[in-house]
Design a protein around this ligand. Structure first.
Ligand SMILES: *Cc1c(COP(=O)(O)O)cnc(C)c1O
Length: 224
């Protein structure tokens, strides 16, 4: 793949590589608020995994990129009335946080598609307003996912509190790594720990992330 060294994608990959010490890390490009053309430009440089937060916005882009062989990750808060569309159009769900959604996701996954890859989202800082399950709820949720043939348990995801002290964020990543290691003892097929974004991907990778989700470092700052 030819790829000028000066692109944001190349710079991002270099940051990841510098932190990864030879471990393979999967980069998910987070395209929320970005038009499909921006995603296509990144795909032309070899990017394959794309993350989206809003189902309606994502469906338009998935359709607009249907000629490309891309993997779509749903990373936003999941409402029960959106399970059907997520199960039908995405390869990954990174934000499962309650048992209630499992049967609906499984039931809506079309038989012609491979199992939906599922990450359990953990509310690692115990923030009251945030999505994600409590660490103690992980095993029960994992069992439920594994009981469904149309779902494939892959691991854990977290969005630590955006604390100004990097040591505070690093400690949250380290706690996620412990939960991940514990889950893997029980379920050896688990292989994915999704954590780290534009501002802190080095910290997350140093603490054991296998997948990072990067938006603004690839596409520029979002209007807020
Ligand atoms: C927006 C978002 C990202 C990417 O954030 P950046 O700081 O732009 O890299 C990653 N994960 C989730 C869940 C997001 O909503």
């Amino acid at each position: 793949m030819s790829e000028p060294l000066s692109t944001p994608l190349a710079a991002c990959r270099r940051r990841i590589e510098a932190a990864a010490e030879g471990r393979p890390i999967r980069l998910v490009a987070v395209g929320k608020t970005r038009p499909a053309d921006d995603l296509r430009a990144l795909a032309a440089q070899g990017q394959r995994d794309f993350g989206e937060n809003y189902v309606q916005e994502a469906l338009g882009k998935i359709a607009a990129c249907a000629d490309l062989d891309l993997s779509w990750h749903f990373i936003g808060p999941l409402q029960s009335n959106k399970c059907r569309e997520v199960a039908r159009h995405f390869q990954w769900l990174q934000s499962l946080d309650r048992v209630k959604l499992v049967a609906s996701l499984a039931g809506h996954r079309p038989a012609r598609m491979p199992p939906l890859n599922v990450l359990i989202q953990v509310n690692i800082d115990g923030e009251a307003s945030k999505s994600g399950c409590a660490p103690d709820d992980i095993p029960a949720l994992a069992e439920q996912v594994r009981a469904q043939a149309s779902l494939r348990l892959r691991g854990l995801m977290a969005i630590p509190e955006p604390h100004p002290d990097p040591a505070h964020r690093r400690a949250a990543f380290a706690r996620m790594r412990e939960l991940f290691d514990r889950l893997r003892v029980r379920f050896p097929e688990v292989d994915t720990l999704s954590m780290g974004m534009s501002d802190d991907l080095e910290l997350a990778v140093a603490e054991g992330a296998t997948m990072v989700r990067v938006g603004s470092a690839l596409f520029g700052k979002r209007e807020s």
